[in-house]
Design a protein around this ligand. Structure first.
Ligand SMILES: Nc1ncnc2c1ncn2[C@@H]1O[C@H](COP(=O)(O)OP(=O)(O)O)[C@@H](O)[C@H]1O
Ligand SMILES: [Mg+2]
Length: 240
């Protein structure tokens, strides 16, 4: 069996002001897996994802990405493998125009400018944003900003894709488009935090459910989706 793409062992995390948010989290994601990270609002999904990409450091335990232990000195190398979409797309867009935002990553990694621009233009077309290429992110709707941020992430051709509530602000047509784009991507692993059960069931196969700072459930998403009682008990009522 191949080594896991993401291996998390007994990590804990507390914000400086108090209660621990993550208690003792362990899981492995193997190459080829598409995984949902579920859990009620405030359960620690974003905190966990930010630990995985080294934006936050766990107080104990370890994280291994593509066989590399995540620590200060490996951070830049590990980040090169991971495309991460923040829950708030505004955190991801900072250039004067979204074309420059999407071009920024490839340029930064040494792709020649004309090629970087071609990659960016194609992604803006894929995400329906070609007419907005010269606008700044704050002149876009929330959903458009999210799509622009996703284009910027995919421009880096990540090996591992980690998305924090990617369907927020998207209409049904774009939720479907995004699912189709993600299903076609040649990435090793996708991990998506979301509450959007129906969408998750089309994009992912396995669900990790976090509750009170622990992984409460690790299960095939299709069977979980049919188990409304379990979902209700986990604070994830179906149909709302
Ligand atoms: N910067 C912060 N300082 C202190 N507590 C925080 C901060 N960010 C989040 N929290 C707390 O950590 C918990 C988990 O938050 P978060 O990871 O954002 O949850 P989720 O993404 O599942 O909604 C919440 O109780 C939240 O109030
Ligand atoms: Mg969150």
């Amino acid at each position: 069996m191949q080594n896991p793409a993401i291996q998390v062992e007994n990590i804990a995390y507390s914000y400086s002001n108090g209660e621990p948010v993550l208690h003792d989290i362990s899981f492995r994601l193997n190459p080829g897996e598409r995984v949902a990270l579920m859990g009620p609002t405030g359960s620690g999904k974003s905190t966990l994802l930010e630990n995985l990409i080294g934006l936050k450091q766990p107080s104990k335990g370890k994280i291994i990405i593509n066989d590399i232990l995540l620590e200060q000195k490996t951070l830049a190398e590990v980040r090169r493998y991971i495309g991460f979409a923040f829950q708030d797309a505004k955190d991801q867009l900072f250039m004067p125009t979204i074309l420059e935002d999407v071009t920024f990553g490839p340029l930064n990694y040494g792709v020649p400018a004309p090629e970087a621009k071609d990659i960016a233009r194609q992604l803006l077309i894929d995400f329906g944003l070609e007419a907005y290429a010269k606008r700044s992110a704050h002149e876009l709707s929330g959903g458009q900003r999210r799509l622009a941020a996703l284009a910027g992430i995919l421009a880096l051709k990540p090996d591992i894709l980690i998305l924090d509530e990617p369907t927020n602000g998207l209409d049904p047509a774009w939720r479907r488009n995004l699912a189709q784009i993600l299903l076609k991507l040649p990435v090793k692993v996708i991990l998506v935090a979301s509450h959007d059960l129906n969408w998750l069931s089309r994009v992912t196969e396995r669900a990790l459910v976090i509750s009170s700072g622990r992984i409460h459930l690790d299960r095939d998403i299709q069977s979980l989706l049919k188990d409304s009682e379990t979902l209700e008990n986990l604070g994830l009522p179906v149909g709302w």
